[in-house]
Design a protein around this ligand. Structure first.
Ligand SMILES: *Cc1c(COP(=O)(O)O)cnc(C)c1O
Length: 403
């Protein structure tokens, strides 16, 4: 029998098929539009989830996490020509919306324990930009890479000191906490994503956590073509068509009934990798730096010391010569192809934005951390479809590769 491929993180529907039930309800009541009962109920579920520590944040469901970043920047007053301080070590959806607005991303490197925005570099960048341009950057966008919190206390203290709004890109961190409180509830806005590979899915979708109802109303207005309440169509501002479909929200309602199971599973996968790989010199599973951090372990990641020998590493880039000036090390590429040949998907870490050709002219405040991590890191299968049997197989396959 052919073995099934083990993917990083595939969508996983409820056993009871609740997603289908909510979608059917939408059809039966003819709410086949980007608003309706599923959207309202999904937003209530999301609010209950992020407000567990007695907060009163409001949530707007949107068509994607990228749309959420875009609207958060817009509502923070980012305009063409403005500078926005963005974590460099991330997926392009964090910084692309800065470009949509004609603004300029200024990239900030990471610290080595959380892998997220380095507070010292952030402060240096703020001071330097004010000194050189006479203007403050318009927003700060830290990211919670692979679900790991950034140092919320230090980043928020700096943001408050300079009075610059924070947009938390917590697209990967649904269910992660900082000192017991949900990520995405600390900044002016928090971004969520429900793409097919995230902690829960709506097939495609996202949301913005807002600090209060008036902020929520403003985002809602922007997301629905900035329509004024007239009997006819009257527009005083440019809007967007970014609301979540009532069909997709039905999937989200079903998924919210198993979100805690998903999070528990991702954490179990982390524990299993940590146990299984702990005897191996030079291989490290990325974990919470200390007790304040509570990652959802959306994707589990390992780093490989350059001294670890992986079978076939001499051939790693022979068939496919270097495609850019910054690639994972030979042993990392060899481990990736070794796993791939055995039906296991593994992927390099996000390539830092300051190393991307599209951003070659962007300003960046660097310490080398994100580039070094990119060269030594790999993401391993972590999603709800990955069984204990799969995990044992993955761990054994890694051990064979370096044996
Ligand atoms: C997935 C992701 C997004 C965007 O979400 P979409 O819903 O795919 O648009 C934004 N930022 C990060 C870091 C992500 O991983």
């Amino acid at each position: 029998m052919e073995k099934k491929k083990i993917y990083l993180c595939l969508a996983h529907m409820t056993e009871a098929g609740l997603e289908g039930k909510y979608i059917q309800e939408a059809f039966d009541t003819n709410w086949v539009v980007p608003l309706g009962p599923n959207v309202d109920a999904f937003e209530k579920d999301l609010e209950a989830f992020v407000n567990k520590s007695l907060l009163d944040k409001r949530v707007v469901a949107l068509s994607s996490g990228t749309a959420a970043v875009h609207l958060a920047l817009l509502a923070s007053g980012v305009e063409a020509g403005d500078e926005v301080l963005v974590q460099s070590f991330t997926f392009c959806a964090t910084s692309n919306p800065v470009a949509y607005l004609g603004a300029k991303p200024v990239f900030i490197d990471s610290e080595s324990d959380s892998w997220n925005m380095d507070p010292a570099l952030l402060e240096e960048a703020i001071r330097d930009r004010i000194a050189k341009t006479g203007r403050k950057p318009k927003a700060i966008v830290p990211v919670t890479l692979y679900g790991m919190p950034y140092d919320v206390d230090r980043i928020m203290a700096i943001a408050e000191h300079y009075d610059i709004p924070v947009i938390e890109d917590t697209a990967e961190a649904f269910g992660s906490c900082w000192k017991g409180r949900a990520l995405g509830t600390f900044g002016r806005f928090g971004v969520l994503s429900f793409n097919g590979n995230k902690m829960i899915t709506t097939s495609g979708g996202g949301a913005l956590i807002c600090k209060d109802d008036s902020e929520r109303q403003h985002i809602l207005w922007l997301a629905t073509q900035a329509r004024e309440s007239y009997p006819y169509y009257q527009h005083d501002a440019i809007g967007y068509n970014y609301r979540l479909s009532n069909i997709c929200a039905g999937i989200g309602r079903g998924q919210m009934t198993v979100v805690n199971d998903h999070i528990a599973h991702h954490k179990h996968v982390y524990e299993t990798y940590r146990e299984g790989l702990k005897g191996l010199d030079g291989i490290e599973v990325h974990g919470n730096p200390d007790k304040r951090y509570d990652s959802n372990f959306w994707l589990n990641t390992i780093t490989l010391d350059p001294n670890v020998h992986v079978k076939g590493q001499e051939e790693a880039y022979k068939t496919q010569p270097a495609r850019s000036d910054c690639e994972p090390n030979d042993n990392v590429e060899a481990l990736r192809t070794w796993l791939d040949a055995r039906g296991i998907e593994a992927r390099p870490l996000w390539k830092p934005m300051h190393k991307q050709p599209i951003h070659k002219d962007a300003l960046a405040y660097l310490n080398g951390v994100s580039q070094s991590l990119f060269q030594v890191g790999l993401c391993l299968p972590s999603g709800p479809c990955v069984s204990d049997e799969d995990l044992n197989f993955i761990i054994q396959t890694i051990i064979e590769a370096i044996g």
